[in-house]
Design a protein around this ligand. Structure first.
Ligand code: SIN
Ligand code: MN
Length: 257
């Protein structure tokens, strides 16, 4: 799958792009099946919600499952990522963020590069975050909110929050969010299961709690140019992969084998 010129301009201008119907129903069903296996594993890479104890985010999936390794390297992800950032990319992180019905908690306003530079010493905000919706994502079940164009303002001041949720996150202060939203508004990234999403490393985003009865699981792969690899190694490999060799794409049918 290749992005056309308009789509490439869109991601450069807005900082994100939504790609409906990227993965088929059959492929999404396989993702859902494989997800159950990794969620049942007892591992510190499965991080639980603070209040309910259900899994919030299951990390390091490409290290734990050949299926998720294939999904991360799927041409539907890999080709657009190469068009945007060149062919030499490594897998920085993979995860499924669940945001379960009734209990899924907030992701505060943040941009990923604050963590990538602050924790991992990644030099430049060049990583791409690629998502697949495993459930339909609506206005009700905790979609991601983006501030379009917020990546154009450089890196907003951020503070490490270790209190609000069980996942430490470098969050953007409220005045900065106010200013950015005043100029650019907020959009919510919604779509049917199988929709893909790509966004850049310093785009400000977050998501609210899920008080609906519908789950909202999303697979996320972060791909980073090999010459922009981490320079600090404080976080475990399930949070930042340590194989900096360029990845090769999996086959287009790999999820259905
Ligand atoms: C993230 O920003 O990485 C997660 C947001 C979400 O899953 O809602
Ligand atoms: Mn994020």
């Amino acid at each position: 799958m290749r992005l056309n010129e308009t789509q490439l301009k869109e991601i450069e201008e807005l900082g994100y792009i939504i790609l409906p119907n990227c993965f088929s129903k059959k492929e999404v069903n396989k993702i859902r099946e494989e997800m159950k296996t990794v969620f049942d594993e007892k591992t510190e890479a499965n991080i639980i919600e603070k209040s309910s104890g259900v899994v919030r985010t299951a990390m390091g999936l490409h290290l734990r499952s050949s299926f998720f390794s294939d999904l991360t390297r799927h041409p539907n992800f890999f080709e657009p990522a190469c068009q945007i950032r060149g062919n030499s990319l490594y897998i920085q992180q993979t995860k499924i963020n669940v945001k379960a019905a009734f209990t899924g908690e907030v992701w505060q306003w943040h941009y990923d590069f604050a963590t990538h530079s602050g924790e991992d010493g990644v030099p430049k905000p060049l990583a791409l975050n690629l998502h697949v919706f495993i459930d339909d994502v609506t206005e009700f079940n905790g979609p991601l909110f983006f501030i379009p164009k917020s990546h154009k303002y450089g890196s907003a001041p951020s503070k490490l929050d270790t209190i609000t949720t069980n996942y430490p996150l470098w969050v953007v202060n409220q005045q900065t969010v106010r200013d950015l939203v005043k100029e650019n508004g907020i959009v919510s990234a919604r779509g049917r299961a199988g929709t893909a999403l790509i966004f850049v490393d310093n785009l400000v985003h977050g998501s609210a709690q899920n008080m609906s009865p519908m789950d909202r699981a999303i697979f996320s792969a972060i791909l980073n140019p090999c010459d922009n690899a981490q320079t600090k190694f404080a976080r475990p490999d399930y949070k930042h992969g340590r194989n900096f060799k360029p990845i090769k794409p999996s086959s287009v049918n790999s999820l259905l084998n």
